[in-house]
Write a protein that binds this ligand. Structure first.
Ligand code: ZN
Length: 502
């Protein structure tokens, strides 16, 4: 058996000013991962590619990997980058001779010229090769378009947020695809969307309603009623027509039942729409509340979630950090401020040196009605690190993580992590390699929303969600949507909708 495996993954925040050029998809800034190097990088990791490789290896299949391209969320993908990925994949498809194609796609990639990056890739593949069985594993944050579904035989989405089942999702998709290849399964797929933009902070699978929706999908898969059942909460920080929630169900030759399951998911989600709305308190109030909670000991986690780089945030707004300093919280680690220039300044000064510098707010946010300001801080350079480690748990166990040059600046009360790459704090290891034990800190302030729960969540005694500044603003009020389909909830809060209209 001969299989084509490829990754093209980017969650596009169309409001983000962070550019998304080809280099962002390259670990060393110049080289895309592919071929043998990609196989070695992902084999035995808790990733989609790790899952695909496990299934392919189990079959003794010959595997061809034209590209594994993924980058942290940011603005629309540069045309040159997008066309490069598509060409690498379609050129290989055009050579022919594959029994199956297994793709690891995000589902919310918007390129400069395409709102539906994944659908356009699949359309091009099918224009070359209409027949070879093809499966896709999508992220739960996919914004689904028809081309993403109709051009695949098997579609499967994650059931967890934080996404700790990426490997399992790919294994499910790949195993079903093997049955298609062997003629044991005749997949029929139904899909639909509900006009709603669930807020990311209300999407976690530790809570209602997404916990219940994902449990429905998992139960149908476990019973065999569905080959794959997926509820996509969607990615709301994308001003594209199909941003929002959708459901996709694949059955073994039972289209009516696939449609029934899709409708059940959409109806459940729509009825629970108010639970997908998230309100924040004023920043001064949340930091004051955190300060009071800190009097009882360590384990207070403050979430600076408006500026989460894993949703396209610049990771350099300073407002939450400024308020933490203003209210004189003590024994704080703040992860982190993306500021490659500040990292260089601190490295030039050297470990142990006292420095004073301006950090953050280097990236303008023209799509946002408010901005952030650089923060002047003085402190001692406590740690300088290359930011490299191999994950032992969390989101992607076994994966090599490269944070890039990283500095800890210690102001006395606050240890500020300065970063030169966009990386969401999710694992305790990210702090431990910097000489900080997060479990011992009274306050752990992080630019994260939900993924931190995968591992840093273990040290949380109290959680304080802080309103701040950033392109992942929580009430949508600071963003202007121009292209998303309307009406849509909660932008149009009084709207009516019924699943029968899908
Ligand atoms: Zn996601």
């Amino acid at each position: 058996m001969r299989l084509l495996l490829a990754t093209m993954s980017h969650e596009t925040n169309t409001f983000s000013p962070v550019p998304t050029k080809l280099a962002r998809f390259c670990r060393d800034g110049t080289t895309l991962l592919k071929g043998q190097a990609a196989k070695e990088f992902f084999r035995n990791t808790g990733t989609c590619m790790g899952g695909y490789l496990a299934v392919a290896d189990g079959e003794g299949a010959e595997v061809v990997v034209p590209v594994c391209a993924s980058a942290p969320p940011s603005g629309r993908v540069d045309s040159d980058a997008y066309e490069t990925f598509c060409r690498l994949i379609t050129d290989e498809v055009a050579k022919g001779g594959f029994d199956g194609i297994m793709l690891d796609l995000h589902g919310a990639m918007a390129a400069e010229e395409y709102d539906d990056g994944e659908g356009e890739l699949l359309r091009r593949i099918r224009a070359i090769d209409a027949k070879t069985p093809l499966c896709v594993a999508y992220d739960m944050h996919a914004n689904v378009y028809d081309n993403m579904i109709r051009n695949a035989d098997i579609v499967a989405g994650y059931h967890t947020y934080p996404h700790v089942d990426m490997k399992e999702t790919a294994v499910l998709a790949a195993s079903a695809l093997l049955r298609v290849i062997k003629g044991e399964l005749k997949p029929t797929t139904a899909w639909g969307s509900a006009p709603m933009l669930p807020h990311v902070m209300a999407q976690g699978t530790h809570m209602f309603p997404n916990k219940d929706l994902q449990a429905m999908c998992a139960a149908w898969e476990a019973s065999g009623r569905a080959v794959a059942a997926s509820l996509f909460v969607g990615f709301p920080h994308a001003d594209v027509p199909m941003a929002g929630l959708s459901a996709v169900v694949v059955t073994d030759n039972n289209p009516a039942d696939a449609k029934a399951m899709v409708d059940e998911l959409l109806e459940f989600a729509w009825k629970a729409r108010e639970n997908f709305v998230f309100e924040v308190e004023r920043l001064e109030d949340s930091v004051a509340r955190a300060k009071a909670l800190g009097e009882q000991g360590p384990g207070v986690v403050l979430l600076d979630h408006f500026d989460n780089c894993a949703s396209g945030g610049t990771m350099d707004t300073t407002d939450v950090l400024r308020e933490i300093i203003r209210q004189e919280l003590d024994d704080v680690v703040f992860f982190g401020i993306y500021d490659p220039e500040a990292v260089q300044q601190a490295m030039a000064a050297g470990i142990g040196q006292e420095i004073e510098l301006e950090i953050g707010a280097r990236l303008e946010m023209p799509e946002l009605q408010v901005g952030s300001r650089p923060l002047r801080v003085a402190g001692r350079v406590r740690t300088v690190s290359a930011g490299y480690f191999k994950a032992t748990g969390g989101l992607s166990p076994g994966l090599q993580i490269f944070m890039g040059n990283t500095v800890v600046l210690d102001t006395g009360r606050v240890q500020i992590v300065l970063l030169s790459r966009h990386i969401e704090p999710t694992a305790q290891e990210m702090l431990r390699i910097l000489g900080i034990d997060p479990a011992m800190k009274k306050f752990v302030a992080i630019k994260s929303r939900v993924h931190w729960r995968a591992d840093l969540g273990k040290i949380a005694r109290e959680i304080v969600e802080c309103g701040g500044v950033g392109v992942c603003t929580s009430n949508y009020g600071q963003l202007t949507f121009r292209r998303v389909r309307r009406p849509i909830y909660p932008l149009d809060p009084e709207m009516a909708w019924n699943v029968a209209t899908t």
